[in-house]
Write a protein that binds this ligand. Structure first.
Ligand code: IPM
Ligand code: MN
Length: 350
């Protein structure tokens, strides 16, 4: 078997942690007989500042020919409006129609759990964030910009098809992974058109999955419940913006942004994998960033592309490294980024 992955290390610590993720990925597949071809792309702030290119349509088309795309964090103070990050990250999500943003929230060790009276066993759920619609579509504009009479319009798009496919994906996932409950979160008490559509579609689809429990929570209540008792959640499905916010909250519940992985998925097509964290410019190049999120994201990519065995070994190795305190300062260890990657490699086994 052979696999081809496109690698975009991105900006800032994205570059530092992607290096470790690739190191671990290569070590994990080495013993499996699978040949892995990695093609690096320079797209990020440096490339944008040097060439003016964010991401061309031709490059986007090329990405579609890979088994998957791995993307590091994007963001650089020299590009204050994040123009390149929006084009590269959101552009890839939209143009490849990666409608599922799958963000697992799993706490790997009791000491990483920030809630008193709860531990690792209580925090294990998956967020299905809608990834191609909502407030992220970029429809809108400014009128009389910069004047006291300015009007800013930012449209939120919800389509029947778009809502239905993400809700179905959440229920299918629950079924396939032995998860018992799907919670849909919206703000239909205030957003009476777009989110009323979400509520109606959710109830309709839920009827087809009578073997899975369905629950609805307004997003404000969901945030409260996530902190009050996270053990009640299994699968959460929600719109693009709420998914963005909920998964930062989720990342803290599992031990911080340094351990949160994600996949931007379109079943049956090229999908893209990226850690949830940002590019943290002040930490860039200092061998300080925690590479676990990036490494776990590489494992997600392997699993998604038909290599569950090396993916499971990577997860196991991260868990062991964490237990042995072979990790960066952020998680209580004393290792740098590269040494943490090496520690994971050592624990991969054969
Ligand atoms: C994320 C990020 C992005 C998002 C930003 C960088 C546009 O916060 O992947 O969660 O909002 O989706
Ligand atoms: Mn985010």
């Amino acid at each position: 078997m052979s696999k081809r992955y496109a690698i975009l290390p991105g900006d800032g610590i994205g570059v530092d942690v992607t290096r470790e993720a690739i190191k671990v990925l290569q070590a994990a597949v080495e013993t499996t007989g699978t040949r892995v071809e990695l093609q690096h792309y320079p797209h990020g702030a440096d490339h944008y500042l040097a060439t003016g290119e964010t991401m061309s349509d031709a490059t986007t088309e090329e990405l579609k020919t890979f088994d998957a795309v791995y993307m590091g964090a994007l963001g650089d103070p020299r590009v204050p409006d994040m123009a390149h990050a929006r084009d590269i990250l959101l552009g890839t999500r939209f143009k490849l129609d990666l409608f599922i943003n799958l963000r697992p929230v799993r706490c790997f060790a009791d000491r990483l759990c920030p809630l008193k009276e709860f531990g690792a066993k209580d925090i294990d759920f998956v967020v299905f964030r809608e990834n191609t619609e909502g407030l992220y579509v970029g429809i809108g504009g400014n009128f009389k910009k910069g004047t006291p009479d300015e009007i800013a319009v930012q449209e939120q798009i919800n389509t029947r098809k778009g809502v239905e496919r993400i809700v179905r994906a959440a229920f299918d996932y629950a079924r396939q992974h032995g998860r018992h409950r799907v919670t849909m979160s919206d703000k239909s008490n205030a957003l009476r058109f777009g989110h009323d559509l979400w509520l109606r579609v959710f109830h309709e689809v839920a009827e087809e999955y009578s073997d899975v429990e369905s629950r609805h929570l307004y997003v404000d209540a969901l945030c409260m419940e996530l902190v009050r008792d996270p053990s009640q959640f299994d699968v959460i499905v929600t719109c693009n913006l709420f998914g963005d916010i909920i998964t930062d909250l989720g990342a803290q519940l599992q031990g911080g942004m340094g351990v949160a992985a994600s996949g931007n998925i379109r079943p049956g097509s090229t999908s893209m994998f990226e850690p949830v964290h940002g590019s943290a410019p002040p930490l860039a190049g200092k061998d300080k960033a925690n590479p676990f999120a990036a490494i776990l994201t590489a494992a997600m990519m392997l699993e998604h592309t038909g290599l569950p065995e090396p993916a499971a070994r990577i997860e196991g190795a991260v868990l062991e490294s964490l237990e042995a305190n072979e990790c960066t300062e952020e998680l209580g260890g004393a290792l740098g980024t590269a040494a943490t990657g090496d520690a994971v490699v050592r624990r991969l086994g054969g």
